[in-house]
Structures are given as C-alpha cells and as structure tokens.
Design a protein around this ligand. Structure first.
Ligand SMILES: [Zn+2]
Length: 166
C-alpha cells in the first residue's frame, strides 16, 4: 500500500516539527488530516508559537459525526467485500481461501467493536483537555489572534457586550 508522508515545518525556522504518514499517495484530504487538539503549536527548535490548522478544539468545534461511529463506512465496505469474496470461494469449493477471506472480513467488524470504546474514551479525555484549555484567558486570546473562531461563552466577560445588564 502506498503512503504519503507530510512533514510539517515551523514557519519561522523551517525545521520539521511533525511528520505524519497517510495511506494512499498524492494529495491528502483535509478531512484525513483532521486532528483533535490545540491548533497552537510551539516549535521545539526555536520556540516560535504558530497555528497548525489541522488541529481542532473539541470545546469549540465538537466531535465529527464520523468519529462517533463504531464503524467507518470504508471498513464496512471492506469487510462485506471480504466476506463476499469468502463466500464466493466457498461456493467455488475453495474452502481454505473462503474461510480466510470471510475470517478477515469478520475480524474487521470485531476490531471495530473493540476499538470503538477506546476511541470514545480518547475523545472524552481530549474533550476535557480542550475544555480546560479554553478556561485560560491567554490561551483564548492566542486562539483569536491566529483567527480561530471562539464562541462567546469562552470570551473574557469584560470583552463581551453586556449593555443592558448594568
Ligand atoms: Zn522553529
């Protein structure tokens, strides 16, 4: 299977601060690059603070529908194709290959069931971390400085228009 490696570099010193491997080659879709976490990064080489817009605060943007599903659509398609190929082999009397393919298909489903609660837990932890970051006014100010939309509930009280409440 071919892969694409994306090296992210610091906008100030140009050193690589993160390297990610994606399956397939060519352009990696933004939706595949989507990660949960703070979009504010600090360069380990020069200490420069900058934005990495692949990262998204759960407290602001929530969790994507696709990340809440137990099975990815692509996994279901792959699993059904393997089970189908397996049954075709069984009917073609190639039992060994048949059970092999069908077994792989079933494994994908089992892996999905095992992974789902782990993934859910990880997202819960990241959500709490995100909420905690958003309680820090200087963090919120830094987010706004790089152009991230911040909902009013996280803005400092004195910056929110409060006319009529006095
Ligand atoms: Zn740097």
């Amino acid at each position: 299977m071919s892969t694409t490696i994306i090296s992210k570099t610091c906008p100030k010193c140009g050193k690589v601060y993160d390297k990610k491997t994606y399956s397939g080659h060519g352009k990696v879709k933004d939706s595949d690059r989507y990660e949960y976490g703070s979009p504010i990064k600090k360069c380990p080489s020069c200490g420069h603070l900058f934005a990495d817009r692949d990262f998204h605060e759960i407290a602001i943007e929530g969790i994507r529908k696709q990340d809440e599903k137990t099975f990815k659509t692509s996994d279901i398609v792959m699993a059904l194709a393997l089970i189908g190929a397996g049954l075709a082999c069984v009917f073609g009397l190639d039992y060994a290959a048949g059970w092999f393919f069908a077994g792989l298909g079933v494994l994908i489903f089992v892996a999905g069931l095992v992974e789902a609660p782990i993934k859910r837990k990880r997202l819960e932890i990241e959500k709490a971390a995100s909420e905690a970051r958003m309680q820090n006014p200087s963090y919120v100010a830094a987010l706004r400085a790089i152009g991230v939309y911040v909902p009013a509930k996280y803005l400092p009280k004195d910056s929110v228009s409060d006319a009529g409440h006095q």
